[in-house]
Design a protein around this ligand. Structure first.
Ligand code: LLP
Length: 432
């Protein structure tokens, strides 16, 4: 079984997270429950930043991709750790600003930012607009002019790199809704257009080649391709772009089969490639941003459920139904994502029973995992699903009008609620 740094088994045979007994957490806060290890989140932030300091002479910044998990408390933690914040909507932006996140460290993404969102970002004076298309560039310039401001813009480029990952989450190739294609000349045209706009300051170029990537070579290749583009732009326009954003996508453990590289190795290899390429192309070494989301929070979170029904279908399978499902974790129904599950109150017992973990939504595909091995299940057991810190709470829905679970953060063994459990009243709040 895969168990992450913050997960242990105590003398009662219960799973613990950051020193807290998960069975007690389930009793105290109810289930389904998202639990996150704050110490681990902070240590992940520090590992990235110290890696930059070590291999890239500190000339880079880690920007947490908050689509992985966004709420006010994570924005406060990320701020305290000194990272930047990637937001991909007005809602993520608003949450960050309400949490006191400094606007100059915010990077605003999205392939169809609305005028309202752009106005809000200009009002907050965010540090970086990551512009996706020509219409957007024009709109940013127009709205910046109206506001009497200059917008700092980075252009999202499709470098044409296939990162060998799940096809739904590949974004670097030409057939992607994100960014300007390199090989068609679209990227160069966009850069030249951006340089002409009066209220746009073109600061950087960005690429993001996919998610849950385990190899370092696609990142190295992307950095080299982007530096070549910076050199081409310098040759054609005389302007040397000084910021390079290499996106996120670093893989994590979901099961013991997964073998992510230590972050330090990515940083070491990418930094070495950047230094070498800059020398070759006679470029200044750019300031680098990276945007990890999943690898900052993914392994730090677990979800706790209660088992409410067990259905054995002879010679077919055993369904173990929990009091959550696709509404709090839509990743299995969307991507058939693999997870490690275990019975938290029997964590020291052998995982010798093959089951299919089902949710409670009215939908046959509402599963958390199929044909997975867990301890012998009984009604009332607490089931833990590991590595649910990224893209679970953030992608949760109210399908079947299930209230979203609470999020509990544990720091130094002490738990606290950072997002309250939704109530039925919350569900009808906007109903007229
Ligand atoms: N930067 C950009 C521009 C992105 O689009 C993303 C993720 C990231 C950074 C962060 O990538 P990460 O380090 O978290 O891999 N819902 C999917 C993942 C979608 C990722 C979208 N973009 C999932 O649950 O696997």
């Amino acid at each position: 079984m895969y168990v992450s740094d913050s997960l242990k088994i105590n003398e009662k045979g219960h799973l613990t997270i950051c020193g807290c007994d998960t069975v007690e957490l389930a009793e105290q806060f109810g289930t389904p429950l998202y639990v996150m290890d704050e110490n681990q989140i902070r240590s992940n932030c520090r590992r990235y930043q110290s890696s930059f300091d070590k291999h890239y002479k500190g000339r880079g910044m880690t920007v947490y991709a908050s689509k992985a998990f966004n709420c006010k408390e994570i924005c406060r933690i990320i701020n305290e750790e000194g990272l930047g914040l990637d937001v991909a909507s007005g809602g993520e932006l608003y949450t960050a600003v309400q949490a006191g996140f400094p606007a100059n460290r915010i990077h605003f993404h999205g392939n169809n930012k609305t005028e309202q969102e752009i106005r809000l970002a200009l009002e907050y004076e965010i540090g970086h607009f990551i512009a996706d298309n020509l219409t957007e560039l024009q709109t940013i310039d127009r709205l910046a002019k109206e506001a009497g401001k200059n917008a700092h813009v980075t252009l999202r480029i499709k470098p044409g790199i296939d990162a060998h990952t799940h096809s739904f989450i590949q974004t670097g190739q030409i057939d992607s809704k994100f960014g300007f294609a390199l090989e068609t000349g679209e990227a160069m045209k966009a850069i030249k257009a951006a340089l002409e706009y009066q209220n746009i300051d073109l600061k950087g170029l960005h690429c993001h080649i996919g998610s849950q990537i385990f190899e370092s070579s696609p990142f190295v290749l992307a950095a080299e391709v982007m530096l070549q583009l910076i050199a081409d732009v310098k040759r054609e326009t005389g302007v040397e772009i000084e910021e390079l954003n290499l996106g996120g996508g670093f893989g994590i453990h979901y099961t013991s089969e997964d073998a992510p590289l230590p972050y330090d190795q990515y940083m070491e290899l990418v930094s070495a490639a950047v230094f070498q390429k800059c020398e070759e192309l006679e470029l200044k070494v750019p300031f680098i941003f990276i945007e990890p989301g999943r690898s900052i929070v993914g392994e730090t979170g677990i979800t706790l459920y209660e088992i409410g029904a067990i259905k054995q279908i002879p010679n077919i399978r055993t369904y173990v139904s929990v009091n959550g499902g696709m509404a709090d974790n839509p990743r299995y129904i969307l991507y058939q994502s693999e997870y490690t599950a275990l019975i938290a109150n029997k964590a020291n017992q052998p995982a010798d029973t093959q089951v299919t973990i089902a949710g409670k939504c009215c939908e046959s595909g509402d599963l958390i995992q199929e044909n997975t091995m867990i301890q012998n299940p009984q009604i009332g057991d607490v089931l833990a699903v590991l590595s649910t810190g990224a893209y679970n709470y953030s992608m949760a829905s109210n399908y079947n009008r299930n209230p979203r679970p609470a999020v509990v953060m544990v720091k130094d063994g002490t738990p606290r609620v950072v997002v309250r459990r939704e109530s039925y009243e919350d569900l009808i709040r906007n109903d007229l």
